[in-house]
Design a binder for this molecule. Sequence first.
Ligand SMILES: [Zn+2]
Length: 423
Amino acid sequence: MRPLLIAHCRQLLTLRGPCGPRRGRQLRELGIILDGAVLIREGRIEAVGPTRRVERHPLARRAEKFDARDYVVLPGFVDSHTHLVFPSSRADEYEQRLAGATYEQIARRGGGILSTVVKLRRASPDALLNQARGWLAEFAAHGTTTLEAKSGYGLDLKSEIKILEVLRRLNREGPLEIVSTFLAAHVVPREYRRRPQAYVDLLVRRMIPTVASRGLAEFCDVFCDRGAFTPAQARLILTAARVCGLEPRLHAEQLARTGGARLAAQLHAVSVDHLERVNRDDIRRLARANTISTLLPGAVFHLGKSTYAPARALIDAGAAVALASDFNPGTSPTVSMPMILSLACAQMRMTPAEAIAAATLNGAHALRRADHLGSLEPGKQADLCAFELCDYREIPYYFGVNLCRWTLKRGQAIYDATGRFQP
Ligand SMILES: [Zn+2]
């Protein structure tokens, strides 16, 4: 295949710089090149720099050229927290919430996650696959090139494996890269309601070893919150997971502060997600930890709440902050990382530059893939997205409108509203 030269980008956001997740003021450094170019060969980035310099590269002469003067070009978004595979929306509960019922009241009536579980257990793998495939096309159309996806709507071994096998098929068929997380510790299933510890035992003794031995997931997650799992249960589950080779992540401090953030730091979890209810002590611990603090403002917005995670305090203290969509049918039905950036800026006072770095490079760190994703540097995978804009700050500035025009995964167009890329 011929090399590809993306030239004359109005702004090229490289995010080049030191390895390691971005913290503090470093989160604002986008490594912007005006009139920038990216040279791509065999799905990887060969050279990045000002167009006049990259054009002199020996490979550039025989490269196919794409003039990107109308675009702000940046690394594809790495969406490090989604629940991609689910059977249907929960628009009925959305309406109940608007009428005043809380998320937890709905869950106690058998709605919420458990209502999705009932439908998922009945759904065929092909139906789930087709639905997820449709959503993946939408992710690509909004600039996302890699996403993490969790199980957690099966809650028995057979149904959890059904979800993870769908994710494996989707990852193999591409074009998006999908990173699988085992989340059977999402909520205690109805059949174990009166004996939650027996469900924890089942997870530890049978489900985790089976999923790990079949290579169906890379991470294990626990919803550690009021009404879900306690920190003590989460510790047991995640310790067992690590023994089996599944690295820990947590949902924590969303509905109430229960100690999940502290646990994540103690366990050196890869990521701890939500964090709306963290206190000063948690922030101090997260600032010192290797754990990525992943914020999910889409869920706060969709639930109609006003308490967003304290992004400013986390960043200023030195925590490594990432942003993700939390795409799921109950609390955050969006695939749009640009919308997440808008919420991060308007509601959490992140700067546009911070939001972009949190949704690309720090997202890649949250998936342990920053060695080849999250920035535009030679040797990394050629995952790019382009917005028809004059300035990167317009990505969060405009909202409710999709200005992403093309997305490349490993150098191939996976979304192209211009019709200018070769099929
Ligand atoms: Zn989630």
